[in-house]
Design a protein around this ligand. Structure first.
Ligand code: NDP
Length: 237
């Protein structure tokens, strides 16, 4: 059975630009009430004002539990109970593993993996109490393909996959859905200058369409192809 987007309350982390912004735009155009949470609130607010439909922007740093919690609370106050959380905020360091600074590794784990864990822990209990809700995490094709130059990034996305899968087992029968989206390389700042050009890249809108389809008809995993192999920023040097 397909569900409507109209009136659904959706919170998207890292929605000021890139995939998160496209997801916010697409879901709002479909009638959802969308809240963008980003560190860069000014950019998020300016962006939200240009989007069609009902989109509001809030402060949210997914590495900070009180900031993330305050974001979700503000969304509940302004828009009502959260139907869908999209864990989208993420970052990537690219290069040979020996050269990766410890801080870059720590940051990717903190944002990509622990940010998702925080999101689930903060959003799922209220969803379970209501008997409905959906948490979608933007993982990556890197979780399965583990391309050269992205070892820690791939590890965080492997972790996200394992975590979402584990919590899904715990929430089976609760009415709360969990999903992961596994895109190949998408044309955003995160991937800027990294692809070989050997294949077509995905657009943020294609990922947004996949998220919208998932929200309408939940399932656990959606893979989007167009992965172009080892990233070129350092591999071609
Ligand atoms: P972008 O870098 O274009 O956008 C990421 C957004 O997340 C930015 O607005 C950024 O804000 C925000 N953000 C970063 N850290 C935090 C934080 N601690 N708290 C809140 N917001 C934060 O990335 P993409 O749109 O490309 O990526 C979105 C997601 O999709 C990520 O999880 C990424 O791993 C995943 N993905 C991306 C692919 C790609 O090829 N682009 C492929 C597969 C998956 P700020 O400007 O302040 O940093």
């Amino acid at each position: 059975m397909s569900r409507t987007l109209v009136g659904r309350v959706v919170a998207v982390t890292g929605g000021a630009r890139g995939i998160g912004r496209a997801v916010a735009a697409h879901l709002a155009a479909g009638g959802a009430h969308v809240a963008i949470g980003d560190r860069d609130t000014e950019q998020a607010r300016a962006g939200a004002a240009q989007l069609p439909g009902k989109v509001e922007a809030f402060d949210c740093d997914v590495t900070d539990t009180s900031s993330f919690s305050a974001f979700l609370e503000a969304v509940r106050e302004r828009l009502g109970p959260i139907d869908v959380l999209v864990n989208n905020a993420g970052l990537m360091w690219v290069g040979p593993f020996e050269q990766e600074p410890e801080e870059a590794a720590r940051r990717q784990i903190e944002v990509n993996l622990h940010g998702t864990i925080r999101g689930v822990k903060l959003a799922a209990p209220a969803m379970r109490a209501r008997g409905s809700g959906h948490i979608v995490t933007i993982a990556s094709a890197a979780a399965r393909l583990s391309p050269a130059g992205e070892s820690t990034y791939a590890a965080t996305k492997h972790g996200v996959l394992g975590y979402m899968s584990g919590v899904r087992s715990e929430l089976r029968g609760s009415g709360v859905e969990l999903s992961v989206v596994m895109p190949g390389v998408v044309e955003t700042e995160l991937a800027a200058g990294t692809a070989t050009g050997a294949a077509r890249l995905l657009t943020p809108e294609e990922v947004a369409r996949a998220v919208a389809a998932l929200v309408r008809r939940p399932r656990f995993e959606v893979s989007l192809p167009a992965y172009v192999g080892p990233l070129a920023r350092w591999a071609q040097v």
